[in-house]
Design a protein around this ligand. Structure first.
Ligand code: NCD
Ligand code: ZN
Length: 359
């Protein structure tokens, strides 16, 4: 049995308000605990999107009643809500500001760089900005961080050119950090060489943003593991019916599979256990300025070998891209603030036990 700190996932979509048939704060935070995660930071591309005090209240009220683990809620950067210096009551209650600068699911997207500027200028420097930016928009987001001398965290990097750019920016002292998701580390866009995606190779199940990349991109992420600050799931549940429809939305669930996948990589000597602790606890805690969780830990049976099955998951979406993958390392028990919150497949922390990390 190994003991890990309560792990942090800084990038999840819990679909509340507005799409609770895919997930909500109850099912999503249950999935988190089953995955060994005790803090989730939820994205704002909900219906309606979270972008001001009123919509933030919608999400935080649901979370307060339903969350089984601790949580924070991002607000989204929109065209008319950059007046943050007069709205510190919203920023201080949020996990941070999410900026969608690239192709995404939902309404929050800022194409025009004149709309980026006031957000970089006005968002408080002690609260993080997270950018969904890919390729050249990532270069632009990093330039904005340099110009306004403030930190930016780049979500879900997937390409060789991205990890090399971030490496160069860090070497020059620009305040940039980044995260990578398991699907970009363990899958490629090549249907022949990549392990099978649950439910078959084709169709809507493989749709995710950023898209799965080439083997050379995947290799570059592994070769530059020291540039990567965090592992995050980008847990983006859509139901299996939606994924298999004619108009499939992009996104993979991931809360219950991230730790076993990474522990399997540890077993194969591709990572160290210390890498996992750094990138799922130490670094996200620092980057997102998160509080201590006293008397909190995760017990893992590092020798348990099993197959990933959607039918055993707490997420409401009903599928996983890792269906049938053989992994080594199973979460047995999660203790959160002195209480057993999860043990052997059962959620024991009641709905409402979770706390807002900014409260
Ligand atoms: C996300 C979703 O479904 O909310 N989908 C995804 O493929 N990652 C949206 C996003 O993060 O862009
Ligand atoms: Zn996302």
């Amino acid at each position: 049995m190994i003991k890990l700190p309560g792990l942090i996932d800084p990038h999840v979509h819990l679909r509340e308000p507005g799409a609770t048939h895919k997930e909500d704060y109850d099912s999503g935070t249950s999935a988190a605990l089953a995955g060994g995660i005790t803090i989730v930071l939820a994205m704002p591309n909900t219906k309606p999107p979270i972008f001001d005090a009123e919509t933030l209240d919608l999400a935080l009220n649901a979370a307060q009643q339903k969350a089984h683990c601790d949580y924070g809620q991002f607000v989204g950067a929109g065209p008319d809500n950059a007046d943050w210096q007069n709205n510190t009551s919203t920023s201080s209650r949020s996990a941070g500001l999410k900026m969608y600068l690239d192709s995404t699911f939902g309404e929050l997207r800022l194409d025009d760089m004149t709309l980026w500027q006031p957000h970089f200028q006005n968002w408080p420097k002690n609260f993080p900005i997270v950018a969904h930016s890919e390729s050249r928009t990532m270069a632009a987001a990093i330039l904005f961080a340099a110009i306004y001398d403030r930190p930016v965290h780049i979500a879900h990097i997937s390409l060789k050119e991205e990890v090399l750019l971030i490496k160069a920016a860090k070497e020059r002292g620009i305040k940039v950090t980044c995260e990578v998701c398991p699907h970009h580390l363990f899958m490629t866009n090549d249907p022949l060489s990549s392990p099978k995606i649950g439910g078959g190779l084709g169709g809507g199940r493989k749709e995710v943003r950023p898209r799965l990349a080439t083997q050379s991109d995947v290799d570059a992420l592994w070769e530059n593991m020291d540039v990567i600050d965090c592992f995050a799931t980008d847990h983006a549940p859509h139901t299996v019916e939606e994924k298999d429809s004619d108009n499939p939305p992009p996104g993979f669930p991931g809360l219950e599979t991230i730790l076993p996948l990474l522990l399997t990589a540890v077993d194969l000597r591709r990572l160290t256990l210390d890498d996992v602790i750094q990138k799922m606890y130490t670094n996200p805690k620092k980057i997102f300025n998160l509080p201590d969780q006293p008397e909190t830990w995760v017990e893992v049976d590092e020798n348990a070998t099993y197959e990933i099955k959607a039918s055993e998951q707490f997420t409401r979406c009903g599928w996983t891209p890792f269906e049938g993958w053989k992994v080594k390392g199973k979460v047995r028990k999660v203790v959160l603030r002195g209480q057993v919150a999860y043990e052997n497949g059962k959620i024991l922390a009641p709905a409402g036990y979770g706390r807002n990390i900014r409260a």
